[in-house]
Design a protein around this ligand. Structure first.
Ligand code: PEP
Ligand code: MG
Length: 567
């Protein structure tokens, strides 16, 4: 069994199809017959265009116009007279072979696009790579695996999948396992929209698997079994069946309210990392976005995203959510989240150091770019902004003052800004939880970040395997901090959400509901299950149960008690 990251939920067992791209080796030859080489080049271009058209045609059976756009971009590139022109020129003037000219021009173009300060052009670099890889293979007579030709149930095993690879997956592909990648990599996002299971970041998978082996993949727990025994196959089959049945049964709740049997209503929202995720939140019946982790905009980049670039993304998310609430968290960088283009100071304890709001208040230039983009986007939906890692009331006041400054500047410039933006904060430092009744005089709302709140309360690094037993959401100490936060907010009539992983845990939902949590934000795929839980509970009973939980001694006692109370 190999462990990876569960990136798109599901369970499947099928034969492995190991995707192995040909290795391109380019040799330089001089004194060639230029006319012959140009003929070779033209033929290779022709075949490349035909190949892409073929792939597009087959992919069209499964994908939307929008998703097919990647192939149009590739066709445009392959038909671009500039590309072939430069290669022909090089053959003529330098007297080199077609493969060498193709590789040189491709490298130059990729380098040029990659150096541009603009997302659009950087994406074009990926297109050039994709198209010229095909071209070079055609020149060298190398076969590129055709994923659209897969005609028996298969699980694809690959180093990683490119956008054009994922666009080619047909109904026979039951899932894929990749060696690299994370939950937010392109292939993971695509797997979610195609609703096929994916396990990514599975170190060692390429060495362990050959085409034809049987793969059992559990993309709920991120486990991959190579040539599983009969017992495992049976266990996975049961799990797959249960997962599919549950998924189907939950669909009826997409448009249902999140309300208890005695009429207490809460809000179930989704956590997102990019604009595409917002569509998943809607597809899964989410009532809003409770956390937009904007740091991915910065981390998936080679420069600080500009105001314009950020504005486009925030606008898109707000429009996708069609007037439903969107809580955007300002830049939460530092700790384990680094940027390739920004040097953080060396610190003994980066998790306790220069990060998130601390950095933003120190680097107002970075902070203001984001807040201006948010203010400008605010007219396209219902925007809430929250600041991460707030420890003191003054930090919150200072951060809010920077927001007010940006808003005033924009209005003075004649740019419209919504007058209905809520300004809140994350509660993920115990000091903020303890003083919640004071913070709530100033903040419009709280969102409890239990991932960090637990790490700081237990003094247990959330990245450390050795102390992971201290991640105890059910520990009464944590429940009391959550309770204090909710009580503190309600005292001043403010609402409280939770966006840490605890909010989506089926056993935690009854306690949080009983403590009075107003909004639960989780990954999109957890929403319907949480709704089912909420719809089956009595608020009155959960209030009583939650109070009892606060008085227990250990996490295990809480969990046992909840499981005995909630059937
Ligand atoms: C949290 O700390 O609970 C949280 C939601 O933020 P992140 O996981 O991004 O630190
Ligand atoms: Mg956090």
């Amino acid at each position: 069994m190999l462990k990876g990251i569960a990136a798109s939920a599901g369970v499947a067992t099928a034969k492995a199809y190991k995707l192995e791209q040909p290795v391109v080796v380019i040799n330089k030859t001089t004194d060639v017959d230029a006319a012959k080489e140009i003929e070779k080049l033209d033929a290779a271009f022709e075949k490349t265009i035909k190949d892409i058209e073929g792939v597009k045609e087959r992919a069209a059976k499964r994908l939307s116009e929008e998703e097919l756009a990647v192939f149009d971009a590739h066709l445009m590139m392959a038909n671009d007279p500039e590309l072939i022109g430069q290669m022909r020129n090089m053959i003529n003037t330098d007297g080199v072979n077609a493969e060498y000219a193709a590789a040189q021009v491709a490298d130059m173009m990729v380098a040029m696009f990659e150096s541009m300060d603009n997302d659009y052009f950087r994406e074009r670099a990926a297109d050039v790579k994709d198209v010229t890889f095909r071209l070079k293979c055609n020149l060298l007579g190398l076969e590129i695996p055709d994923l659209t030709a897969i005609n028996e149930p298969s699980i694809i095993v690959a180093h990683d999948l490119t956008p054009s690879d994922t666009a080619q997956l047909n109904e026979y592909v039951k899932g894929f396992v990749t060696a690299i990648g994370g939950k937010t990599s392109h292939s993971a996002i695509m797997a979610n929209s195609l609703e096929i299971p994916a396990v990514v970041g599975t170190t060692g998978i390429l060495e362990a698997v050959n085409t034809g082996d049987v793969i059992g993949m559990d993309a709920l727990d991120g486990e991959v079994f190579v040539n599983p025994d009969a017992e495992t196959v049976e266990r996975l089959a049961v799990k797959e069946k249960e997962y599919k049945e549950e998924k189907q049964a939950l669909k009826v709740l997409i448009n249902a309210k999140s309300v208890t049997v005695d009429g207490h209503e809460v809000e179930l929202a989704g956590n997102i990392g990019n604009a595409k995720d917002a569509e998943q939140v809607i597809a899964n019946g989410g009532e809003g976005v409770g956390l937009f982790r904007t740091e991915f905009l910065y981390m998936d980049n080679d420069h600080f995203p500009t105001e314009e670039e950020q504005f486009a993304v925030y606008k898109q998310v707000l429009e996708t959510m069609k007037g439903k609430k969107v809580v955007v968290r300002t830049l939460d960088i530092g700790g384990d989240k680094k940027l390739s283009y920004f040097e953080f100071p060396e610190e003994m304890n980066p998790f306790l150091g220069y990060r998130a709001i601390r950095l933003c208040l120190d680097r107002k230039d970075i902070f203001k770019t984001q807040l201006r983009a948010l203010c400008r986007a605010s007219v396209y939906g219902k925007l809430c902004i929250m600041f991460p890692m707030i420890a003191t009331v003054n930090e919150f006041k200072d951060a809010k003052a920077v927001f007010e400054e940006c808003k005033a500047e924009l209005i003075a410039e004649g740019t419209p800004v919504s007058d209905d933006i809520q300004i809140g904060m994350m509660v993920e430092i115990p000091a903020a939880a303890v003083l919640a009744d004071e913070f709530s005089k100033y903040a419009d709302f709280f969102s409890i970040g239990t991932n960090d709140l637990i790490q700081y309360s237990m003094a247990a690094d959330r990245m450390s395997q050795k102390v992971s037993y201290l991640y105890q959401p059910y520990n009464p100490a944590i429940l009391r901090l959550v309770n204090m936060t909710i009580q503190g907010a309600h005292k001043n009539g403010k609402w409280v959400g939770m966006c840490g992983a605890m909010a989506g845990e089926p056993n935690a939902v009854p306690i949080l509901l009983g403590l009075g949590l107003d909004e639960f934000s989780m990954s999109a795929t957890q929403i319907l299950k949480a709704r089912k839980v909420v719809n089956g509970l009595s608020y009155e009973q959960m209030q009583e149960m939650a109070q009892k939980c606060l008085s227990l001694d250990t996490a295990q006692e809480v969990l046992d008690f909840v499981q005995s109370e909630v059937k």
